[in-house]
Design a protein. Sequence first.
Length: 86
Amino acid sequence: MLKSLTLAATLTALPLAAFAMPTVGDTVGTNPTDATAALAEAGCMVDEFEAEDGKIEAKCKDADGKEWEVYIDPASGKVVKIEEDD
């Protein structure tokens, strides 16, 4: 019985893991190579970077193809804001 419950819980959680995204406070790095790798690991495939309002803006897509703008503090490499790209 315990094995069945464990298996059911694991299978239920798998779809959530597939749609994981970076969150505010995550450290992704300050250079494009590190940030691209960290964001991809978090489920956001980077298309491009640009500077905006003193932040690094990463434009990326999630597993559903939805476009996002992830803002990174250039000093700390931490995600400070995430917005859906319009």
